[in-house]
Structures are given as structure tokens and as C-alpha cells.
Design a protein around this ligand. Structure first.
Ligand code: SF4
Length: 337
């Protein structure tokens, strides 16, 4: 087992199981996350025999950065995992701090047509330590601390629910990486049963829904998951999530030229979302070498935005960056090609 995948609560259970006091878990967390110390021999308040036992039971490895590409305000990292699989994560420099977009799976089974990340079928889930490791390895590389995390890289996070929830607990733990829940965003294409589970957890993270179409016909064409969970069920699940958590939900809408960017789509979307505590994030599509979709022109983006505004829907257009190094949304890959 890797130490970076264990929540404080489970580490307490581990210490109890070896007849040690559970506060040792807190001491270990302080070394790992507050001091960012990776060498257990330096854990000076932990007795040698316990250090030896921990060393025997846990590994301390972080994923290895094997490539780094830099664009304005963005750095993309390619990681090699212990079994030889590769994933990517992206660091973004905002005026409010540093954020990292982490991957949650090797590949993705959701098959969204416009997404480069989903071109490779899911090979496996990432373990929670491999997600925590993306953050710590990047921090080590850049010698700066990360302020916010978006789970929006390769993979559908709710299709790897248990690992993702442990990851969130570790990074959100005030004695762990200590990233506030409101600085953590989980993006899903809408796995309704898992959204319902998440709403029961009472964690104040931000939820973003990849909606991308205002009706079933169009959504099913570009997002196969819609054939399993239809739009009306998804909207109901979002309403339920808002009611339970009292949190505003983000609606992600990638604008694809000639497909979902017409003015009638904007009206349809406004109608669908009317009265809900949501805001819409319009994403100008990031073109890739492999896929047939194109970015909407500026006029269509502006008109879509203005129509939603006129219909009293909270809306923003996402700042574009990272596309020069294929680090933008939907451009991350599991394999270097
Ligand atoms: S958009 Fe997300 S859920 Fe859809 S294929 Fe890409 S990575 Fe998977």
C-alpha cells in the first residue's frame, strides 16, 4: 500500500491495529503534508521501530514526471506510473493562485465524441495515492504550493468513486494537503447514482456537470452516457443535489461549431435551466489533430452568451489557455502519441 492513498481516519485504524496510539496518524500526516517530507527517516518524533514497521507496510513513491511542456500560465506534466501506464496533469497559474487539473483514470469509458482523453478506453482506475501524487510531484517540481484542484483531467471521476472520495478527503483534510472544499471541483458527465451518493456525503466541494447539449437527441449524439441517463433524469438529479447540498452547480457547455452553438440551442438551454441555482461555463472548443469538431466562431460564442444572459442565466466564457501544448480541456491523453 502507498502511504499517500490513506486517509487520516484509516491511518488511525492502522495504528490501532498494530497496538499503537491513533494520534500517530496525525504526526505522520504532519510530516507528509504539512512539512511535505517524503523521507521517513526524518520523522524525528516517530520511534525507529515504528518507522521500520511503517516502511515495511507502506511505500512512499510518487509518480515520476517524465515530460513537462510549458505555455503561457500553463504547464503540462506527463507522469509515469509504477505499472508503466502514463497520465497527464495540468498546472494553471491564475491571478488567485495555482490550480492543478488531475486525472482520475488511465483512459476513459465514457466516449464523449469531442474529447481526446476518451479516445483510449479505460485501462484502469487511478488509486487515490496516484491522484494525491500528481499534486505532490508537481509541487516538488515547481517548489510552490497548489491552492486549488479540479478533477477534470483524463477519466470520469465518479466512475472511480471510492478512490476519488479518498483523494478528496486527503487533500481536504486540514492536517493533510489542506485545500478547502470550495477550492476543489469535481466534474462529471452525469453518473446519476454516484451524484446521489456524493450529495449524501456533506462535503462542500464544487460540482460541475458536463452537459454540452440542451436536448436528448443532440446529447446522445455527442455523449453516449445520455443513452443511459436521459437529460430529464440528469436535470432532476442536479436539482436534488442542489437541494441536498445547498451548493450552486456549474454547467459545462463546450461550444462545437454548427452542432450545439446555435441561438435556438441557447434558448433551449436557458429553458432547461430556468430557476435553478446553476451557472453556465461556456467553453470554446479546443481543436485537436484527431477529431472532426471545430471551434465556434467568436460571433456565435458572443450570441450564445448574450442569449443566456438575456434569459437571466448566470454565464461566463471560460478563459482559453493551454491549447498550444494540448493541455486544454478535453485534450489530455493517456498515451503519448
Ligand atoms: S469528457 Fe470526460 S467523461 Fe467524456 S470522454 Fe472525456 S474524459 Fe471521459
Amino acid at each position: 500500500m502507498n502511504i499517500y492513498g490513506i486517509t487520516r481516519e484509516n491511518l488511525e485504524k492502522y495504528f490501532v491495529s498494530i497496538n499503537e496510539k491513533k494520534f500517530k496518524a496525525l504526526q505522520i500526516f504532519e510530516w507528509l503534508y504539512q512539512k511535505r517530507e517524503n523521507d521517513i527517516e526524518k520523522f524525528s518524533n516517530i520511534k525507529k521501530e515504528i518507522r521500520d514497521k511503517i516502511k515495511n507496510d507502506f511505500s512512499f513513491n510518487l509518480p515520476t514526471i517524465i515530460k513537462k511542456e510549458i505555455d503561457t500560465d500553463v504547464e503540462k506534466f506527463l507522469f509515469l506510473l509504477e505499472d508503466g501506464e502514463k497520465i497527464e496533469a495540468v498546472l494553471m497559474r491564475h491571478n488567485y493562485g495555482l490550480s492543478v487539473c488531475v486525472s482520475s483514470e488511465v483512459g476513459c469509458n465514457m466516449g464523449c465524441k469531442f474529447c481526446e482523453s476518451g479516445r483510449l478506453k479505460k485501462v484502469r482506475n487511478l488509486k487515490s495515492y496516484e491522484m494525491v501524487g500528481q499534486i505532490l510531484a508537481i509541487e516538488k517540481e515547481i517548489k510552490e504550493r497548489i491552492n486549488s484542484v479540479v478533477i477534470m483531467g483524463i477519466g470520469e471521476p465518479l466512475d472511480n468513486y471510492d478512490n476519488v472520495i479518498d483523494f478528496i478527503k486527503i487533500i481536504n483534510d486540514p492536517k493533510g494537503i489542506s485545500i478547502g472544499a470550495r477550492h476543489i471541483t469535481l466534474s462529471t458527465c452525469g453518473l446519476i447514482p454516484k451524484m446521489d451518493l456524493l450529495s449524501e456525503l456533506n462535503i462542500q466541494i464544487n460540482l460541475a456537470i458536463s452537459l454540452h447539449a440542451p436536448n436528448d437527441e443532440l446529447r446522445s449524439q455527442i455523449m453516449p452516457i445520455n443513452k443511459v441517463y436521459h437529460l430529464n433524469e440528469l436535470i432532476k438529479a442536479i436539482k436534488n443535489y442542489i437541494a441536498k447540498t445547498n451548493r450552486r452547480v456549474t454547467i459545462e457547455y463546450v461550444l462545437l461549431k454548427g452542432i450545439n452553438d446555435k441561438i435556438e440551442h441557447a434558448y433551449e438551454l436557458a429553458n432547461l435551466l430556468k430557476g435553478m441555482n446553476v451557472y453556465v461555463n461556456l467553453i470554446p472548443y479546443n481543436e485537436t489533430n484527431h477529431l472532426e469538431f471545430q471551434k465556434s466562431d467568436k460571433k456565435s460564442i458572443d450570441l450564445f452568451y448574450q442569449t443566456l444572459q438575456k434569459e437571466k442565466i448566470n454565464v461566463t466564457v471560460r478563459k482559453e489557455f493551454g491549447s498550444n501544448i494540448s493541455a486544454a480541456c478535453g485534450q489530455l491523453r493517456s498515451k503519448e502519441v
